[in-house]
Design a protein. Structure first.
Length: 151
C-alpha cells in the first residue's frame, strides 16, 4: 500500500484530473490513499510547521516506511527510484510519502523518515508536485514489472 500525506489542497481541475488518472493507473499495482491536510497559511513559519506536523502524525502508522519529500533529500534517477521502491516493499508493505506545506516539514516529521527524497533542488508548486510524485510512482511500477512506458 502507498499512502501520500500532503499539506494543501488541489483547486485546479486539470491537476485533479491528472491526479485521478495516475491514481487509477497505480491501483492496478497497489492500493493508494491520498490524505489532504489543510495548509496553515500565512502564520509564523515555525508555528505552521508544528501545527501541520501534528496533523500529519495522526496518519502515521508504526509500521509505515516513511519517505519525506525535501529539497535537501537524495535525488534518484527514475530507474534508481523504482529499484528503491521495490526494495522497500520487500521490507515494508506500507510506504508513506509526506509532502509538506508552504514552509516545508517540521524537523519532528523529518526525523521519522527512513528516506529523504528530492526530485530537484528547484521548488515546485505543491499541487503540481503531487502529480509529479504520482507519475514517478506509476513509472516505478512499470519499470519494476518490465512493462513499456514512454521515456
Amino acid at each position: 500500500m502507498i499512502k501520500i500525506i500532503t499539506v494543501g489542497q488541489i483547486k485546479e481541475n486539470y491537476l485533479k484530473e491528472a491526479i485521478e488518472e495516475y491514481q487509477k493507473r497505480i491501483q492496478k499495482y497497489t492500493s493508494l490513499e491520498i490524505i489532504e491536510l489543510k495548509d496553515e497559511g500565512l502564520v509564523e513559519e515555525e508555528k505552521a510547521r508544528k501545527l501541520e506536523a501534528e496533523k500529519i502524525e495522526k496518519y502515521l502508522g508504526e509500521r509505515d516506511y516513511i519517505i519525506t519529500l525535501e529539497i535537501e533529500g537524495k535525488e534518484y534517477t527514475s530507474v534508481e527510484f523504482a529499484e528503491k521502491l521495490r526494495n522497500i516493499q520487500i521490507e515494508s508493505s506500507n510506504i508513506t510519502f509526506i509532502i509538506g506545506g508552504s514552509y516545508g516539514l517540521a524537523e519532528s516529521i523529518k526525523q521519522k523518515a527512513k528516506m529523504h527524497l528530492s526530485f530537484s533542488k528547484m521548488t515546485f508548486p505543491h499541487q503540481l508536485f503531487r502529480v509529479i510524485l504520482l507519475e514517478q510512482i506509476y513509472r516505478s511500477y512499470k519499470i519494476n514489472n518490465n512493462e513499456s512506458y514512454h521515456k
